[in-house]
Design a protein around this ligand. Structure first.
Ligand code: GCU
Length: 847
């Protein structure tokens, strides 16, 4: 008995310790603990009434077999013909096939199923999974598997239908294999200018997407390359469509508006004017060619007249004229044209107080409502600017009354820490989807606009920019996958609760262990407020470097350029005046009830204060009575402080999840702890410097526990003025004098003897791997490499700046006052072993 128990315990330890790469995501079908599994007797026969092997019903049968075998062990057989209903089985089918096989009387209890809806009934001996169509049956199979994988064996009988017909993902994959704003490696679809031969990862992705009820995918970047339309490209699109058809996912592509005048085999025109007949014929021909290969092709996504992309405005045609040209070509085939509302001029003039990029979408589209063909859907980013940490909803949602609308959400965390900072997105998405725009003084939730309910549209829905890559983790970070999972759940039901969704995902992805659920829930739900606190507060947006990698801090980059992500910060004041009375007029783009709230500073919520109003740093907030500047300082300290706890709270989970995912996540959370301090100091120093207003708590600019690298004795190291200045402690760092020879920085410990955490601030640049060794009295405390780029998929930097600034911490080091502190830095490549400071941190101190 004892021996067996030990063996069992050993096996369970081994299985925990064994590596999980993250590839299986939430579809692991991990064995349930025996005590739970024994509460349910899963049928060992699956009847899948598919009509072919590419029918998603066939896939559903295979998936049920795989899932039940994984969760309960044992063997499950799949029959593809109707067997007698007397023995316990799982029947998965379309409602139509089921009725054909068993007679309509056996389906009398099934309510009417709308498009993509399914019925799941586990109350009888036979589990019934019936879809309105094939993909819906597959959704039902995944739903059943999700319940039992979580040990939820309740008897249920219900039908569920999607809130919106369009539930698509967008990949921003380039044909060379690089992904724009992708942080999980290169493309799973493209390499070397063409579509890959091996599409196994695409198939695996299709499986994940089907399990969250995604029904369409745009496979290439919105900044599209016309060569995808070449015969080889079209055949590739066909192969991707073939790979995804068994998962009920239709394929579409992004188009370059100027394709007809790019050098393509279909004839190289001298124009791409959407009203020119040769251009219309050109697109009709291309579209027909695609449908010959892919009869169920989903449609096109078009980014036009935006950020340098060509479009109809080039020929003084309206955006609707451009969109309708594609819509007409697609119409006979049943295809959809997703036309992006992200149209704006990126050369606007900041000296004009009334200029405002946020106005662009409504200015361009308002008068076009009713002019678009009925298979056009306008795809609108959630906020008026660009996936920022806090934005109000795009007012365009209130203006598309006779046009299908889809909301564009970004799963890839472009402005939100690029998967290196934890950010659980659903609460942010809810702040938009649940927003009531009050059109005609009636309830007008954004979710009801995009579902089509509010303005009686038949088309509408959700587009999620996902950008998964070849990395085993898909997105680069295990915890970020909750966002992809939740995107599918919310596209199906936008009223889904963020926490419930997260906990389902956690149980499926990691474990049902209460500590695992509690820790991941707490960290995830704190992640948005935490990140917002140390990046950009009060609606000022993510104060990242908008001119470079969108990752680290650089508030100065927001202003003095034509991109229009302005803060209008000067020595006394900050914020965009978007009022009608005195500003850009943006608040007037909302229906009156909402416009009134944002027009008036006293009713504008504090978290959007600087989005709508230009105020003095000394203006007091309604919520706290603090001044704007003091709120900035305090929030940045509080946010970074909370971020320090993430890694230590995660450490509770050691042994409760497999080592690989545990360690990879811990690495990122530790990185975030260091980088949140970079953010905190950079933003605070910047506004402190600009306003000259001191922090009441005297923290900003004061680092009592740091020794600046430039104050060490330097041998082979030079002092370096960092730009932007606020991304270095004391605005200064050191770099090795040559890029081949090591440098040494030496000093003595000025602090009282005791136990300290020693944190070293340094820069880890792209294209080089330096090595640093830290010692105390010539005893090595630790060494590390500047190779973060190997592990963190964020966009790298070639400079010493807020993107490359980072820190490493060595814990519980015994230190004597007067000890010799030495760092030897060996440069590698272009990286000159840069150093910023060494901090000696007594317990509980963050500096
Ligand atoms: C952002 C992003 C670009 C992208 C653009 C878009 O500006 O940085 O990479 O192309 O959005 O959505 O079109």
């Amino acid at each position: 008995m004892t021996v067996i128990w030990q063996l069992g315990a050993l096996l369970s330890l081994l299985s925990l310790a064994s590596a999980e790469t993250g590839h299986a995501a939430w579809l692991r079908y991990a064995p349930l603990p025996a005590s739970v599994a024994r509460q349910y007797s899963a049928p060992s026969t699956v009847v899948a009434l598919n009509i072919s092997e590419v029918d998603p019903v066939y896939t559903a049968g295979q998936e049920l077999q795989k899932g039940i075998q994984g969760i309960f062990g044992g063997k499950v057989t799949v029959a593809n013909t109707n067997i007698s209903l007397s023995s316990p089985a799982i029947i998965v089918s379309t409602l139509g096939q089921y009725v054909k096989a068993y007679g309509s009387e056996t389906a009398g209890h099934v309510p009417e199923l709308t498009d993509d809806a399914f019925w799941l009934d586990t109350t009888g001996d036979t589990v019934q999974i019936l879809g309105q169509n094939g993909r819906a049956a597959l959704y039902g199979a995944f739903e059943y598997l999700s319940l039992i994988a979580q040990g939820n064996f309740s008897k249920v009988a219900y039908a569920t239908a999607p809130d919106a017909p369009i539930r698509w993902v967008n990949q921003w994959d380039n044909m060379d294999g690089h992904i724009e704003r992708g942080y999980g490696g290169d493309s799973i679809v493209f390499s070397n200018g063409t579509i890959k031969n091996d599409l196994q990862r695409v198939i695996d992705y299709g499986r994940l997407l089907a399990s969250i009820r995604i029904n369409g995918i745009i496979i290439n970047n919105v900044n599209a390359n016309a060569t995808l339309l070449n015969p080889k490209g079209v055949d590739g699109i066909g192969r991707v469509a073939d790979a995804l058809r068994p998962y009920g996912i239709q394929v579409g592509i992004s188009l370059n508006f100027a394709s007809p005048s790019a050098n393509l085999v279909y004839g190289n025109l001298t124009t791409f004017d959407p009203l020119n007949q040769t251009v219309i014929d050109w697109w009709t021909n291309v579209t027909d060619t695609i449908y010959d290969r892919v009869p169920d092709f989903a449609g096109y996504l078009v980014k036009a007249n935006s950020e340098g992309q060509p479009g109809p405005l080039t020929y003084n045609r309206t955006l609707a004229e451009g969109a309708n040209m594609f819509a007409s070509a697609l119409k006979p085939h049943g295809g959809i044209l997703m036309f992006r509302a992200f149209v704006y001029d990126n050369h606007i003039n900041e000296t004009n107080w009334k200029a405002d990029r946020a106005n662009a979408a409504v200015d361009f589209f308002r008068d076009l409502d009713g002019v678009f063909d009925d298979n056009v859907v306008v795809q609108v980013k959630y906020g008026p600017i660009d996936f920022q940490v806090r934005e109000p909803p795009s007012p365009l949602f209130a203006h598309l009354r006779q046009t299908g609308a889809a909301i564009e959400l970004q799963i890839t965390q472009e402005y939100l820490g690029q998967q290196c900072h934890l950010f659980y997105l659903p609460p942010l998405w809810h702040s938009i989807l649940d927003f009531d725009l009050r059109s005609d003084n009636k309830s007008t939730l954004v979710s009801d606009v995009v579902s089509g309910k509010r303005f009686n549209r038949t088309l509408g829905g959700y587009a999620g920019v996902v950008n998964v890559g070849v990395n085993d983790t898909w997105l680069g970070s295990h915890l970020s996958m909750s966002n992809l999972y939740a995107f599918g759940r919310l596209a199906w039901d936008p009223h889904g609760d963020s926490e419930t969704i997260l906990q389902d995902w956690t149980r499926l992805t990691f474990s049902s262990d209460p500590a695992v659920i509690e820790t991941i829930t707490d960290l995830s739900l704190e992640s948005w407020p935490t990140y917002e606190s140390y990046t950009g507060n009060l609606g000022i947006q993510t104060l990242t470097d908008i001119l470079y990698t969108h990752f680290g801090p650089n508030p100065a980059s927001q202003d003095n350029n034509g991109w229009g992500q302005w803060t209008r910060a000067d020595a006394d004041s900050i914020g965009m005046d978007r009022t009608v009375s005195n500003g850009t007029g943006f608040s007037g783009q909302y229906p009156p009830e909402v416009a009134e709230v944002f027009e008036d500073i006293s009713t504008t919520p504090d978290n959007l204060l600087l989005w709508f109003h230009h105020v003095n740093y000394t203006t007091k907030l309604k919520s706290s009575g603090k001044t704007v500047i003091q709120h900035f300082y305090d929030a940045h300290y509080a946010g970074a402080e909370n971020a320090q706890t993430f890694a230590t709270r995660w450490e509770r989970l050691k042994g409760k999840i497999d080592d690989q995912r545990y360690n990879e996540t811990l690495f990122r959370l530790r990185y975030q702890a260091g980088h949140s301090i970079v953010w905190r100091d950079a933003i605070n120093e910047f506004y402190h410097n600009m306003s000259g207003i001191a922090d009441e708590a005297k923290r900003v600019g004061s680092h009592p526990w740091r020794i600046e690298a430039e104050s060490f004795d330097l041998d082979g190291y030079d002092v370096y003025q960092v730009h932007p200045f606020h991304t270095a402690s004391n605005f200064t760092g050191i770099v090795t004098s040559s890029n081949t020879t090591a440098g040494t920085a030496t000093t003595t410990v000025p602090f009282e003897s005791g136990t300290y955490d020693i944190a070293v601030g340094y820069w880890d640049m792209f294209n080089g791997t330096s090595k640093w060794v830290l010692s105390l009295n010539n005893k090595t405390i630790g060494s590390w490499l500047g190779d973060n780029e190997k592990y963190l998929g964020h966009e790298p930097s070639r400079y010493l700046d807020g993107h490359s600034a980072t820190r490493v911490t060595f814990h519980n080091i015994t230190v004597e006052k007067g000890d010799t502190v030495k760092i030897v830095g060996t440069p590698g490549g272009i990286e000159p072993a840069p150093l910023d400071y060494v901090a000696f941190l007594p317990e509980g101190v963050i500096d």
